[in-house]
Write a protein that binds this ligand. Sequence first.
Ligand code: ADP
Ligand code: ZN
Length: 461
Amino acid sequence: MMFNMVKSNAKIYVKSSSGIKFCDVAGEDEAKENLTEVVDYLHNPDKYKAIGASMPKGILLVGPPGTGKTMLAKAVAGEANVPFFSISGSEFVEMFVGMGASKVRDLFKQAKEKAPCIVFIDEIDAIGKKRDNHIGGNDEREQTLNQLLTEMDGFEGNTGVIILAATNRPESLDPALTRPGRFDRRVPVELPDLKGREEILKVHARKICVGPNVDFSVIARMASGASGAELANIVNEAALRAVRRGSKAAMQADFEESIEVVIAGYQKKNSLLTDKEKMIVAYHEIGHALVAAMQTNSAPVQKITIVPRTSGALGYTMQVDEGNHYLMSKEEIENKIATYTGGRAAEQLAVGSVSTGAANDIEQATRLARAMITRYGMSDEFGMVALETVTNQYLGGDASLACSAETQTEIDRQVVALIKKQYDKAMTILTENKQKLDKLAQYLYEKETITGEEFMNILNA
Ligand code: ADP
Ligand code: ZN
């Protein structure tokens, strides 16, 4: 039994039985353009050989989880109509303990027999992590990695085996892997922008029944920051919700609700909030919205709700950016921080005491304020000096300080001052508009969910 289990590993999809093509991967035009050359090479390697050009042996697909890296690799095989072998780095480490190196050998043996073909290694960082000098290092992984390097060096450039690998932590890879002749080409696969999100939604919506008048651009706008995988999930959730309603097609509301489901967890069946708590949450959320609306550079409010979610969020204010934002000005960040503090400020103003409800706001505001000072060069004292370096930009970005202890103390002091100033600004805005705050909070308390339009109508009445 054991021997059978370890014998066949790399799943082989001859002639790409998965049938994925570039047109199934929505958006990601740059990545597709990059990979088109590989497809062309696999179709007609002689053209390249004639001129003496060789394809890179290894191509690294780099980007956050769920952005379609696996799909792209399959699509290359699908477009070129060649076999597709795949294996994941974590499989090597978890499932084939003691067998890693021989698995790599097997994989390449099969691949060379079936060339031209695509070999896809998902999560390559699991085996390709930087080797360090820690005592008791992972021998097993090192052997696997060494075998991979040996195999890659062992075959000539034009054998027709192209290795695609995916990672969301390119900076953690062993430099030996990215040396010329190995994974020396890098294709970024980024989170989709507004247009990309709309396209991805439409691709997945083809698989379900969609009602009339569903506006995917509105849904894409609301789902800002979502990955392809999350968007696929949103479409499926919309279909499930339609079934629960007894409807034959998914409507606009199903999609909009699904965004919240995917982003914030399922709506709780029974309200666990006391009336007093509900009122505090209403003030808190209106506080965010009011501060946002009163600042010129802040995105308009799309929707506010105080229906609790299983994720633990008691309510939230959904802001929607007009179009895509690649740059943020100092004023915009300050306004954003003020908006984060608006929830707590409203509690203080209306109830005279504060609650734990602002924990997440505090975290977000602090992160922004720190980044302004340590990374964006937006403090007068430090100017354009990098005080922090980001070590992993694809997974939310862990930052590490690169300055002296005294500077660190000064950074802390400035972060506190910056947030205090924005809190005071939020408090001023709310105090000046106290009547509107009361009226809006009362309205939200009664309706539980209100749209941006309702909010603006009351605000401008
Ligand atoms: P990754 O390998 O980057 O983690 P996958 O390729 O496994 O992501 O994507 C997971 C799922 O998300 C896919 O099966 C698909 O349903 C959806 N998806 C992700 N990106 C896209 C895209 N650009 N177009 C269409 N669907 C996508
Ligand atoms: Zn809040």
